[in-house]
Design a protein around this ligand. Sequence first.
Ligand SMILES: C[S@@+](CC[C@H](N)C(=O)[O-])C[C@H]1O[C@@H](n2cnc3c(N)ncnc32)[C@H](O)[C@@H]1O
Length: 254
Amino acid sequence: MEIKAETAENSQPGISNWLGKVHQGDCIDLMNQMPAASIDLIVTSPPYNIKNSTGNGLRNGSGGKWPQAALLKGYAAHNDAMPHDEYVKWQRDCLSAMMRVLSEDGAIFYNHKWRVQGGLLQDRADIVAGFPVRQIIIWQRNGGINFNPGYFLPTYEVIYLIAKPKFKLAPKANAQGDVWRIPQETKNPHPAPFPLALAQKCVDATEAKVVLDPFIGSGTTAIAAELAGWRWIGMDISEEYCELARSRIRITQK
Ligand SMILES: C[S@@+](CC[C@H](N)C(=O)[O-])C[C@H]1O[C@@H](n2cnc3c(N)ncnc32)[C@H](O)[C@@H]1O
């Protein structure tokens, strides 16, 4: 009997119940229920643990002047203030769960933000150490406000391209540079969405047929997948955000 290597394509029946839905729950629990190697692409932005920050613009007390101010309250169902080591372990567990569901030619676009903590740059190397990071893409956002006189206004976030060995970009996508200039989203009720153009750039740069976002928030990744004609799966811990995502996706589908 010929045993076929499990790929996202031939394991479709195992994930058919997951497709085209926003699932409420903890993403590690949910991903652990999915078949291995069932996803081609993951585009995601986790909570940044921004409330466990020594500053970085959130604690000036004026609030409401810039989009991130919404995060002063944390997320609807996640406080975003874990002890640092706990946060790093959690994110590494999330990445391990993502790697398990990813096919052998799959990749993760993992959006994160560096920060200055106690006067020192804290990149996210401790989270991604040991994972197959192939590239760091710079997402250059518009400027904002910097209340700290000790360093320049931060204007970029990063996207770690974490790729399985056989991952390739779509034809000609490799002609694009690794600095993406995209203004942040301002008209979204979610406290920390990424812009649709960012999710689209990730989705459109691959030939993925099945796209997962384990931290889907307002549904941006699913909307990008819908617009590209790919199938998608979304997950979020907050039922409020799941409903927000479902309603934004429904509008795209009309
Ligand atoms: C940075 S936001 C993602 C925003 C999304 N990219 C968008 O465009 O709307 C992170 C999301 O992770 C969710 N979250 C936090 N803990 C989670 C968990 N354990 N499992 C799944 N989702 C979680 C939060 O509710 C929040 O919506």
